[in-house]
Design a protein around this ligand. Structure first.
Ligand SMILES: Nc1ncnc2c1ncn2[C@@H]1O[C@H](COP(=O)(O)OP(=O)(O)OP(=O)(O)O)[C@@H](O)[C@H]1O
Ligand SMILES: [Mg+2]
Length: 361
């Protein structure tokens, strides 16, 4: 399978710079997820790779081929569009078949692939309907099927699951992942759903305002966010980001005067005393029983409790803000608003950022 690389890509629409000198390489057989807020340039980047829009400057390579100026049909990839783009006059079967009509495959092979896709996507009973006679979710599955039957080396997906209900989305997530493992194409998959990103990707590129904020494995971006944007973007509920001031002796002081022990922290660059920091504490890493190696212990009043069934989110008052802590429903069962609760945070889960640059330290 070919690797895909974007080299110094700039894309402007008139005066608007949507992608700004972007570099990105997807290794052979990787499942890359482009994750970022609405409008950050995900679809634009995918369209440039597919050849549906022209770069302003820069180069796109698929394997050893420079495809920057190639026609879409010569790029040897298949794409699932955010807007489906099905042929309205063709049936579901016709739509699936159309992508293969120029392929010179034997008829049995075409029929086999169509049957395989129909079965996997649960659209068998819809084969003779036209797109106008389908629900949004059904159209989306046909669009996925049309891309899959091509068995292309490079598969592009633009939010392919956004119109499906929760159960079907989970099923389709697993199917697409399984398919990737079986066929091994290089995949570029766009979403703003971070669960999709974390569960499907071998690599994630987190985009913001036309730039890549971090590129890494799902574990990298979750465990070691490169900056405050990524820290706040990945994780639900999001990471608590608390201003702190570095002190002598491997400590930092939080806004309420309490101390964080930084002695076990693997600094990229240790801060000088007085430096303004931001401490990142994930809600799920707090414990009610103090861990042996606690970075900090806080005793705080409960302002609000949200019970989701599988867990409970405590909103605790801390200086002029709130801290969110995730606990089990059992641990939360006896708690009421106004109670004080002692929580501890383990040393090895700490994230620290420079308050001014926003970068991880
Ligand atoms: N043809 C166009 N002309 C002018 N501006 C455009 C055009 N296409 C996209 N844009 C702008 O480029 C930016 C990036 O758009 P893009 O569609 O790539 O975002 P996205 O990350 O896919 O967002 P979403 O998650 O909402 O789909 C947006 O500000 C958008 O308004
Ligand atoms: Mg988009």
């Amino acid at each position: 399978m070919p690797r895909v690389s974007f080299e110094h890509i700039v894309k402007k629409f008139g005066a608007l710079t949507v992608l700004d000198d972007l570099d990105l390489t997807v290794e052979s057989g990787d499942f890359l997820v482009l994750l970022g807020p609405s409008g950050c340039g995900k679809t634009t980047l995918l369209n440039l790779l597919a050849g549906l829009a022209d770069v302003t400057s820069g180069r796109i390579m698929i394997g050893t081929r420079d495809v920057t100026d190639l026609d879409p049909k010569d790029r040897r990839l298949a794409m699932v569009f955010q807007s489906y783009a099905l042929y309205p006059t063709k049936t579901v079967r016709g739509n699936l078949r159309f992508g293969l009509s120029a392929s010179k495959l034997p008829r049995e092979e075409i029929d086999k692939r169509i049957a395989w896709a129909a079965d996997m996507l649960q659209i068998g009973p819809l084969m003779d309907r036209r797109p106008a006679q389908l629900s949004g979710g059904q159209r989306q599955r046909v669009a996925i099927g049309r891309a899959l039957v091509k068995h292309a080396d490079v598969l592009l997906f633009d939010e392919p699951l956004s119109n499906l209900d929760a159960k079907l989305r989970t099923e389709m997530r697993m199917e697409i992942k399984k398919l990737h493992e079986e066929l091994g194409p290089t995949v570029v998959y766009v979403t703003h759903d971070q669960i999709e990103a974390m569960t499907m990707a071998t690599r994630i590129a987190i985009m913001n305002g036309g730039k890549i904020e971090q590129f890494g494995t799902p574990d990298d971006v979750y465990e070691r966010p490169a900056n405050l944007f990524v820290a706040g973007f990945i994780g639900s509920p999001s990471m608590n980001l608390l201003p702190a001031t570095a002190e002598d002796g491997g400590r930092a002081r939080l806004a309420d005067g309490s101390l964080i022990d930084l002695t076990a922290y693997a600094f990229d660059a240790a801060p000088s005393p007085g430096a303004a920091l931001v401490a990142g504490l994930r809600p799920e890493h707090f414990t009610l029983a103090a861990p042996a190696e606690a970075a900090c212990r806080l005793d705080l009043p409960v302002r609000h409790i949200e019970r989701t069934g599988s867990d409970a989110l405590l909103s605790l008052a801390f200086a002029d803000r709130r801290i969110t802590v995730r606990v089990t429903p059992t641990d939360a069962a006896h708690l009421r608003t106004g109670d004080r609760v002692a929580v501890a945070f383990p040393k090895d889960r700490l994230n620290l950022f420079d308050a001014r640059s926003g970068r991880r330290i």
